[in-house]
Ligand binder design. Sequence first.
Ligand SMILES: NC(=O)c1ccc[n+]([C@@H]2O[C@H](COP(=O)([O-])OP(=O)(O)OC[C@H]3O[C@@H](n4cnc5c(N)ncnc54)[C@H](OP(=O)(O)O)[C@@H]3O)[C@@H](O)[C@H]2O)c1
Length: 219
Amino acid sequence: MPRTALILGATGLVGGELLALLLADPEYRQVTVLVRRNLPQAHPKLVQRVVDFKDLGKAADAFSVDDVFCCLGTTIKKAGSQEAFRVVDYAYPLESAKLAARQGAGQYLIITALGANARSSVFYNRVKGEVEEAISKLPIKSLHIFRPSLLLGNRQESRPGEKIAIAVMKPLGFLLAGPLKKYRGIEARTVAQAMLRTAKRNLPGRHAYDSDVIREFGS
Ligand SMILES: NC(=O)c1ccc[n+]([C@@H]2O[C@H](COP(=O)([O-])OP(=O)(O)OC[C@H]3O[C@@H](n4cnc5c(N)ncnc54)[C@H](OP(=O)(O)O)[C@@H]3O)[C@@H](O)[C@H]2O)c1
């Protein structure tokens, strides 16, 4: 049966890779993206919907698909405050998961981050953990949580801190061995590939994957 997908965050590093993979995959007949502004690309399988993320309910019908992929995210610096960060990394994903549950989407797949923990003293990790916990309470038949480490890839936006981390991580990643392996940087493309392959396995229940497992699935 040909599948349908919805992506939130399709203009992002992982979301963009995922969009390309889904459009090229013959198992998917339609890929809808919810975006703030139209993408320059056109494709026979691609449906673009420009939405106001503060009012996602207006696009509720878009969630009646087989697989919803949430690749949304920002940084505190870009968002401007912790509160604004929380809107993008907690409120929008949670609202999208509620809509997915309500519209009977088959699967919900979301990227959080390695170290996500609702009881963490680190704000970023706490928000990521809180969104995982909130979504896990929803009646979603199949929930897949991806917790990557530092994302590697061609980012247009300038993020100096991330650039330094990548410059250190790339040559020294091999030093992270055994249980530390999950802290090695991971290519955005690998995360996207792991999300796609996981969706196609159709496993019911709740599953969470740390970066080392994502690498295994996506390589
Ligand atoms: N960067 C890392 O090393 C790292 C590590 C672990 C986990 N993660 C997590 O992995 C996920 C994907 O990361 P990424 O680097 O691929 O993300 P990204 O490139 O920053 O893309 C983020 C996506 O979210 C959308 N978005 C941001 N603010 C929005 C807003 N206010 N309203 C609507 N949409 C908004 C962006 O849309 P626009 O194009 O419209 O802005 C874009 O599509 C995120 O949840 C991130 O926290 C990242």
